[in-house]
Design a protein around this ligand. Sequence first.
Ligand code: HEC
Length: 255
Amino acid sequence: MKRSLSIALALLLSFVINGRVYAAASADSADSEAGDEDSLANQGFAISPIPKADLKFSGENQKRVGLGSFIVNAIGDCSGCHSFPEFLRKGVTAGSNPAAGDPFEGLPSSEATTQQPVVANFNASHYLAGGQCFGPFMARNLTPDANGLPQGLTEAEFVKVMRTGQDISCEKSPSDAICDLGPDTPVLQVMPWPTYHNMMDHQLKSIYAYLSAIPPANACNTVDDGCPGFSGAAAHSATYAYPNTADCPNPAPPQ
Ligand code: HEC
């Protein structure tokens, strides 16, 4: 009796959890204390700046893609370095939510969110396409290449990068001009790989699944534009050199 009741409850709960999470759904119902991977995956889809309908994945990969989005968008802050400019001003329709500006315009709610774009107009058309400079080092484009591989890396190569900081992309394509921007270093200098190193295999593979599912995109700031004070058109300037357009605001809103 007790057992069938708990099965019924679980079914009811999973209906709530597996349904799309809208702001109308109470935060409590989506926010399972258990923190199990199904609820993390659902939250991942709800907060992805690229809506679930625009992500490319197969049914069997669904949970991995959702979990990957949760790690990328709620924990790993990959977008903080790899999307640039990360946010657009209010009203710019290339963004994830034109009605919202960058999150620094007003105070976001302290309530648990079930939808990221409620508080930010993410630069969706350049999402994770790289271009931001950290001194002479430029963040890479993590979106799928012509073969569908994120940053041109296979899953095994990607896991190795995240564990060891080895610059596998530049080892594979040394003539890529982005590799010459910074000095030669034995391992990636800016990427927080010593922290990402601590993830489990299936979590790193989930990140890879999400990166494989997002749309390909080009960076606003290119290698020719360079890095302020270091290279390219911006070499002798303190500011970025890329052309100021609606979806590539220059100067960038607060990042
Ligand atoms: C603090 C900024 C920062 C964060 C956060 C960050 N990256 Fe990076 N990443 C960079 C920069 C800059 C580079 C270029 C190389 C370097 O670090 O010198 C890079 C390079 C990479 C590369 C290319 C490595 C290669 O050469 O093959 C991958 C893949 C990558 N990042 C994935 C990610 C993922 C996935 C996340 C989130 C889990 C992430 N990064 C978060 C700054 C960052």
